[in-house]
Design a protein. Structure first.
Length: 194
């Protein structure tokens, strides 16, 4: 199995977190900037870096890859068993992508105080969700946590400081950052973000 990964992309980091959490041994090929392996352009029709190759199977969207890894390597499970909870897990990740990842991507393209405030406000608005459960709306660690952790890790890089009322988000982030799998998922460049 080979995973093509950008060393600082949060979606790639989320997949690496899943790989580390499940202790999946995979060859990770870190792609920097325009220096893309020739094989990658043949594998991914969208010319994006994030690509997983497992024998004859090629996957190139983070949510599809994360769910594939969870199904292919079922222990520990990172998706709930029942259909309603599974659908909720997918919806949470979709909302994080739309509400948080999109803001981060715009911050990368054009940093501004307004975008920093937008990211801070999105995270502050969901702070109450972290007050009663150790993980994102759950007692169990899941793909949602794998997807949200890279965002929280990058807040200092973007100059985003959570307000006091978002203390529960900061405590949640600290719990995730203490996991061995999270530390193992970090690239050298990501370690330097803090």
């Amino acid at each position: 199995m080979t995973f093509y990964s950008d060393a600082v992309d949060p979606a790639c980091h989320a997949v690496r977190f899943v790989l580390a959490e499940k202790d999946i041994h995979v060859e990770v090929v870190h792609v920097e900037g325009a220096k893309r392996p020739e094989a990658l352009s043949e594998l991914n029709p969208y010319s994006e870096v994030l690509t997983l190759v497992d024998r004859d199977l090629v996957l190139y969207e983070e949510h599809i890859i994360m769910e594939y890894l969870d199904e292919r390597f079922p222990h520990p499970p990172l998706m709930p068993v029942d259909p309603v909870s599974r659908a909720s897990n997918r919806l949470f990740r979709y909302r994080i992508k739309r509400d948080v990842y999109d803001v981060m991507n715009r911050l990368d393209d054009e940093p501004s105080e307004g975008r920093r405030r937008e990211l801070r406000d999105h995270l502050s608005a969901i702070a109450p969700l972290f007050m009663h459960k150790p993980f994102f709306m759950s007692d169990e660690f899941s793909l949602v946590d794998c997807y949200l952790a890279p965002v929280l890790w990058r807040l200092p890089r973007y100059g985003v400081q959570l307000p006091t009322q978002a203390r529960a988000v900061a405590a949640y982030a600290d719990r995730l950052f203490q996991r061995d799998s999270f530390r193992d998922s970090l690239t050298e460049l990501e370690r330097e973000m803090r």
